[in-house]
Design a protein around this ligand. Structure first.
Ligand code: HEM
Length: 325
């Protein structure tokens, strides 16, 4: 039997038809890696960022679909899509292991080439944050020199976020969500709200009755969880590669990355939440049921620490070690 692919039906000539390279636009993609130094590791650094941006593009595409599906009362579709977003973040999380093979000495060889560019200026990252519900108009500033990107971000701020749409859905199912939250100024920063927490509490206390809403909340928790892991991987990589040096974007790198890590995509999830966020509510409810810790003891604790059981055991974490309170 011949081992030639053409003898097995494979097309071998693409002079007059679309090829793999054509369809995927590979010429443009593979021509986009242009190191500015001779340092070997700059290629790794560029490809790591570019592939992250590609996965972010897909994540945004899926988040938009999930948001539309929730708005159209199609939760099964939204769940499938949100599960995919969580997988994308998992993919992004695994990618850090490749970058971590780069040492501070390797990075130092091309750091100057980056100039003032930094992931902090990633408009896709910001778009994802805005879409999820973590909105902050100040983050538009780094994009004022690019009216096209600014317009995309502004347009997102004018739309209800995924979390806004989820809360509207909860309200449509007959659960009380404060009117002020449902009609909030969309571009404004979300603030934790006890009424919203109470709405989630209703769901978590009768999961069989509100199974679909419970599933929705858990899908949001999933995304939050993966996103936080991404931030965590980012801060530990930054610490490993540049230590206490200033970031190319101008920040005091580790503390700001740690702060970003502690931030949350969904309003009542954050560390600053005065009441119980969904995650705490869930954990607190479980532990209360097990008779170990009452829900009240979760107030004032670091929700990230709660979500990541290992965090409190790691004394001297970057932000503490670097005097960031
Ligand atoms: C050696 C690798 C890396 C280092 C040393 C690093 C360093 C930093 C630093 C110091 C900041 C804070 C802003 C600044 O002053 O620059 C930052 C922010 C950021 N970086 Fe990285 N980074 C690395 C890899 C990556 C990769 C692979 C991505 C993927 C796209 C990324 C995406 C981001 C994003 C999105 C922010 C803004 C985070 C936020 O505002 O919440 N970084 N990075």
């Amino acid at each position: 039997m011949s081992r030639e692919p053409e003898n097995h039906g494979a097309r071998m000539s693409f002079a007059d038809t679309m090829s793999y390279t054509d369809y995927l636009g590979l010429d443009g993609i593979l021509d986009a890696q242009r190191p500015l130094s001779d340092a070997h590791d700059e290629m790794l650094f560029i490809i790591q960022h570019q592939t992250s941006e590609l996965w972010m593009k897909l994540a945004q595409h899926e988040l938009n679909a999930a948001r539309d599906a929730i708005g159209a009362d199609n939760l099964p579709r939204a769940f499938k899509t949100l599960a995919r977003v969580a997988r994308i973040f998992e993919q992004l999380n695994s990618a850090w292991d490749v970058l971590r093979t780069m040492t501070p000495a390797d990075y130092t060889q091309f750091r100057e080439s980056l100039g003032q560019s930094s992931g902090f200026q990633s408009h896709q990252y910001r778009l994802i944050e805005f879409t999820l519900g973590n909105r902050n108009r100040s983050m538009l500033k780094p994009h004022t020199h690019r009216p096209d990107l600014l317009a995309t971000l502004e347009a997102e701020l004018a739309r209800p976020s995924l979390y806004d749409v989820a809360l509207k859905y909860v309200s449509d199912q007959g659960i009380d969500v404060p009117k002020a939250v449902l009609s909030r100024e969309l571009s404004a920063r979300h603030t934790p709200d006890e009424g919203v927490t109470a709405a989630w509490q209703v769901i978590y206390e009768d999961t069989s009755r509100y199974w679909a809403l419970y599933d929705l909340a858990e899908k949001l928790v999933d995304i939050e969880d993966y996103f936080r892991r991404w931030r965590f991987n980012h801060v530990t990589t930054v610490e490993r590669v540049i230590g206490l040096k200033r970031g190319t974007g101008g920040t005091g790198a580790c503390p700001i990355c740690a702060r970003c890590w502690r931030s949350s995509s969904f309003p009542s999830y954050g560390r600053s939440a005065p009441g119980f966020d969904v995650v705490c509510l869930r954990r607190g409810y479980l532990t209360q049921k097990e008779g170990s810790v009452g829900q009240k003891s979760f107030e004032g604790l670091d929700t990230v620490g709660l979500m990541r059981g290992f965090v409190p055991t790691q004394a001297g974490y970057p932000w503490k070690a670097h005097g960031d309170t």
